[in-house]
Design a protein around this ligand. Structure first.
Ligand code: PLP
Length: 401
């Protein structure tokens, strides 16, 4: 006997992973150079040199038992102190070391944060579309209901009319992700202020806090919008889920953290619940060596020059071909309207030409396609004729209808 739910989850890959595995299979059959794989958000820029230097320095100059041994369940105290300092210096946030919990990337941060906020059977967690598809898995695993806010199609900020309909007295938290996967939108300060004002009103109306879970793995990957606007500055009932997967190109090392604002309602109880959820899910003591690396390289991130260049080539190239998409200010995704409007059939037509792009349906945004541009610039250039052909076919009504 086994869990039917876990069986289902394990038997069916996410649509992103499915395409990625398909791409690997096709590369073996037809040659890597003939597959245009834009499916996964796996950084292609190497980690900064400082990461290698930190690893060598830690390994050569520290006691190896301590380097590889368990840290405190919530993470090494000196690492948490450095992160706390960094959040204060760079973003003017008030998060003491005793409100930071080291985790295995953003996924673990989200699972822990959602579990920590679970209160009763009626709980609902709200995600703003377009959203990372795993949110649904993480929320439903706790037994809570997963609710979604309609996308703001004009610019992929927040659709406040829809938010206002979805949030109710059972809402425990609103999950946001900026810079956004898949749209590349970065929430403007005005959007965050409006979100904060809206939730303050609802908190007062319902007589209990509604937290923001802010999923921030792309925080440092912003191109044109200056300083990153941190939602915690505008709304203290915020739990930040951070990861070094993208900012330091370390997705395989599984390292990140949760930060609970010092000024959040029930801040110390929420943090204790985070520690409890970390314990219950077996996420105590995140990878020891990489906690220490994270502490040493605080404030440093991978060179995003290649992503910017890729974005410009892809955005300009696709819009010149007649594709429509919102100009992305961050992350490394372009969210393109499927010509003809049907993302599933357009995705299938692209797949036939070994061009792998992810339909927006699982992101809560049917009719759109995610094109991940953390790939080689050269592959983007080679893929342009395929995008052109697909657009021509869709114009002659062959696909996407
Ligand atoms: N949240 C978003 C929006 C993501 O895009 C990803 C990964 O692509 C994650 C969370 C999970 O990140 P991690 O690899 O750090 O667990």
């Amino acid at each position: 006997m086994f869990s039917e739910r876990m069986f289902q989850l394990g038997s069916r890959r996410s649509s992103i992973r499915e395409l990625f595995e398909y791409g690997k299979m096709r590369a073996e059959l037809v040659g890597r150079e003939n597959v245009f794989d834009f499916s996964l958000g796996n950084p292609t820029v190497p980690p900064p040199e400082e990461v290698k230097d930190a690893i060598i320095n830690i390994i050569e100059n520290s006691d190896s038992v301590a380097v590889h041994g368990y840290t405190s369940a919530q993470g090494d105290a000196s690492v948490r102190a450095r992160i706390s300092e960094h959040l204060s210096r760079k973003y003017r946030l008030s998060v003491s070391p005793d409100r930071i919990y080291m985790t295995c990337g953003a996924a673990a941060s989200l699972v822990i944060s959602i579990s920590a906020l679970r209160y009763c059977d009626k709980d609902e967690f709200v995600a703003v579309a377009p959203y990372f598809p795993e949110y649904k898995v993480f929320v439903e695993e706790t037994g809570a209901a997963f609710k979604t806010v309609e996308p703001d199609y004009a610019n992929f900020q927040i659709n406040f009319d829809s938010l206002s309909e979805v949030v109710n007295e059972n809402t425990r938290a609103v999950i946001i992700n900026s810079p956004n996967n898949p749209s590349g939108a970065v929430y403007r300060e005005e959007t965050l202020r409006n979100l904060a004002d809206f939730l303050c009103v609802r908190e007062a109306e319902y007589g209990h806090p509604i937290y923001i879970i802010s999923d921030e793995p792309y925080r440092e990957i912003i191109y044109d919008c200056g300083e990153y606007p941190s939602v915690m500055r505008y709304y203290s009932d915020t739990i930040m889920c951070y990861s070094y997967s993208k900012s330091l190109s370390l997705p395989g090392e599984r390292i990140g953290y949760i930060a609970v604002s010092d000024n959040a309602k029930d801040s110390s109880e929420i943090y204790a619940a985070v520690c409890g959820a970390g314990r219950a899910h077996g996420y105590v003591c995140a990878p020891s060596l990489f906690q220490k690396v994270a502490g040493e390289v605080c404030g440093i991130h991978s060179d995003i020059g290649v992503y910017r260049k890729n974005r410009d080539i892809l955005y300009n190239g696709l819009t010149d071909l007649g594709y429509s998409c919102v100009h992305p200010d961050g992350a490394f995704y372009l969210f393109v309207k499927a010509p003809g409007g049907n993302s599933i059939s357009f995705g299938k037509a692209a797949k036939k030409r070994d061009l792998l792009i992810v339909p927006g349906d699982d992101f809560g945004c049917p009719g759109y396609m995610r094109v991940s541009y953390c790939v080689s610039t050269e592959m983007i250039k080679r893929a342009m004729p395929v995008f052109k052909k697909l657009m021509e076919e869709s114009c002659s009504d062959n696909i996407g209808q």
